[in-house]
Structure formats: C-alpha cells, structure tokens
Design a protein around this ligand. Structure first.
Ligand code: FES
Length: 372
C-alpha cells in the first residue's frame, strides 16, 4: 500500500516548491512525484483507502489516510472526491463522518449507493484498500459553533446521517455535557449505518437522547414513528425551541424542518443541508424564455429552464462539478449577462457580473451568458 506522507513537506513548501515547479516546466512536479508514490503531491490532498466495509445493506464505509497537505476539518464539513472512472474524471461530495478528535488521522466516509450513482456505484463495487483518491480540503459552514451551545438537536434523514454523525462523535469525544438529541429518519431499521455505535453512545452518555424513526415500518424501537412533524418534537423533544439545531437529509425533510423553525421565528438557531437536488424548477416569472450562451466555448441554445450545469452538459460541455446540489461550490462560474435564480433560496441575481453555482441556478427573464 503506498505511503501517504509527502517527502519532507515543510522544506518543500518553504524553499523547494517554486524551484521544483520551474525545473518541471512544462509539466507539474506532481507528475514526477506520483511516479514514485501516487499519494505524493506538492499541494493537492490525496489519500489512500485503508479499509472498506459494508455498514448497512446499501452503504459502504471507507477510511482514508490523507497526505500531509490535509489541513483538518470541523465536524459537519465535506470534501469533494475525484476519481478516474473509465478514463473520465468524476467528482462527488461526501461528508467526513469521523470525530474532529480522531487520533489515528484517518478520515471516514459513508457512501450510500444511489439509483443512478455512477461514483457511488463504483465505490461500492470496485473500491479496495490501497486505492488512491484525490480529495479537496474540507469545506462548508454546516458546523458546530465554538464555544459549544447549551443544547444541540441533530435531525437527519437517510444518508444525511453522515455530517451529524461526525458532530455526535465529536461532542461525545470532547465530554460535552449539554443535552444532545439525535433524531434520525430512515425507511427501515436495517438501513441505519452506525446503528450499534449509536446505541452504545446513547448508553454511555446520559445527555444523549437517541430517536431512530422508521418511516416505512411499524417499528417504534425508540418509541417514535412516522414522518417528521411538530407533534413528534413536542412529545419527544420538549426543549427543541432552545436547541441549536441542524438538519441534513432529503429536500422534503429539510423543507419541513425549515418551515417549522420559521413558524416559530427560530431560523437563527437552525442550519440546514440537503442531500438531493431541489424538487421544483419554477422560475419567478413563470416563463421559460431566452437563449443560454457559454462564451468561452462559443456554444448557445434556447433556454430549457433546467439548471445551467445541465444546459451546459446538453451542449457537450464538461464543466467541473461535485455535489450537483449547491453544497460544494465546485461548479461556480462567472455569469457575464442576464438574470438567474437560485433554486434553493429563490434569490434572483440581476448584477451583470456575478459568480453563480451552475447546478442550482436557472436563467430567468431572457438571455443569459456564462463564462464557460
Ligand atoms: S456541484 Fe456542488 S455546488 Fe454545484
């Protein structure tokens, strides 16, 4: 298995990088370093997969040892994985599930196999210990505040468990004494990754309340059933209005939670992250008009109303992307003309020049040009 540490990273960073880059021109020095060891790089984070195991029927959990370019993470953050599959670079966004205080330096990820998941399918069928992966530094502001709040409520659905698992592990590791409620929704009991660990953490920590809810089974293992509702919170989490709260899951779960918090003027206590694309694409003006132009490539077509990332791909372009749902910012490009609407926030950007996320932005009200 390759050794992930870079050769003398401190010296290279301070003195040798500019010299090596000049010597290696026209190629990157990484091209030569990776011939010696595929995890070596002057600046990129690369890691070697150290273990892979099946954590639930449709989920795998993998551990990655990053090289010395890795700068650490906060519980709740994600990275963009890039893999070469059949000769094509593919990127996807996955949350770190490890505790911030993990001592072995390994990063853990749990990946659920999606119905048309090219990357998740590859990870499930082909990933083996020893595989080298390229990852970004940790990203995202879906994180616990510091100092920690007096009470924390973690709500998740399906694969949305991953960032909040990292938060729960982190809080338990640092001896947090405030109340933590872990409310997780899944279709079936067997689909819960980390099920045994959750049971153990709740048994070992009096301040941790564990509520696992099965939405498609008559299974009230933690005394609670059915889809997310205000009644459930009132009955099982009476102090929820005072908690600093996090929700991660499907668009429906996130919307339901957001609506309840808004109804009680508690948006300032809620952070949300959703793990599937926005459900509806309805431009503010209700009409799909105009032309979409990609100036660098010289391509254009009638606006279809779909996100700009899809419209670019339909024209044969291959812009960079990661999550395809507005989380990772990998697809950010400059809009140089026209108006666009963000599908999560509904916000319309009218400035002539603005950086936009192609995967969650649609043209509105006429022609749009993107620097791509
Ligand atoms: S691909 Fe992640 S924000 Fe667009």
């Amino acid at each position: 298995m390759p050794t992930p540490a870079n050769p003398r990273p401190g010296l290279l960073a301070k003195v040798g990088v500019p010299l090596l880059e000049r010597l290696a021109t026209p190629h990157s020095p990484d091209r030569y370093l990776e011939m010696i060891n595929p995890t070596w790089s002057l600046r990129e984070v690369r890691g070697v997969v150290t273990s892979v195991h099946r954590s639930a029927p449709e989920s795998i959990t993998l551990q990655v040892q990053p090289n010395s370019n890795w700068r650490g993470f906060q519980a709740g953050q994600h990275v963009v994985f890039t893999l070469i599959i059949a000769g094509v670079r593919r990127s996807r966004c996955y949350s770190v599930t490890s505790s911030e205080h993990h001592r072995d330096g390994l990063l853990e990820f749990t990946v659920r196999k999606g119905p048309d998941g090219l990357v998740s399918g590859f990870l499930h069928s082909d990933l083996a210990p020893g595989t080298v992966v390229h990852i970004t530094q940790a990203q995202g502001d879906f994180v616990l505040p510091s100092p920690r709040p007096a009470q924390v409520l973690l709500v998740s659905g399906g694969s949305g468990i991953t960032p909040v698992m990292s938060m729960l592990r982190t809080l338990c590791d640092e001896g947090y004494t405030g109340r933590v409620t872990f409310l997780h929704y899944t279709r079936r009991a067997e689909d819960v990754p980390y099920d045994d660990e959750l049971t153990r953490l709740a048994a070992e920590h009096d301040n941790v309340q564990l509520l696992r809810v099965c939405t498609q089974e008559d299974n009230d293992r933690d005394g609670i059933t059915g889809r997310f509702s205000a009644d459930q919170l009132e009955q099982h989490v009476p102090g929820w209005r005072q908690a600093t709260s996090y929700v991660c899951g499907s668009a429906r779960l996130v919307e339901d939670v957001r609506a309840l918090w808004a109804e009680h003027d508690l948006e300032h206590l809620l952070k949300a992250e959703q793990f599937d694309p926005p459900a509806a694409i309805v431009p503010t003006d209700g009409e799909i008009t105009g032309t979409v132009s990609f100036s660098k490539s010289g391509k254009s077509a009638d606006n279809t109303g779909r996100p700009l990332l899809e419209q670019a791909e339909a024209l044969g372009l291959t812009p960079e992307y990661g999550c395809r749902m507005g989380i990772c910012f990998s697809c950010t490009r400059r809009k140089t003309a026209g108006n666009v609407q963000h599908l999560h926030t509904g916000e319309v950007t009218t400035e002539s020049e603005a950086d936009i996320q192609l995967c969650v932005t649609v043209p509105v009200g006429g022609d749009v040009t993107v620097d791509l």
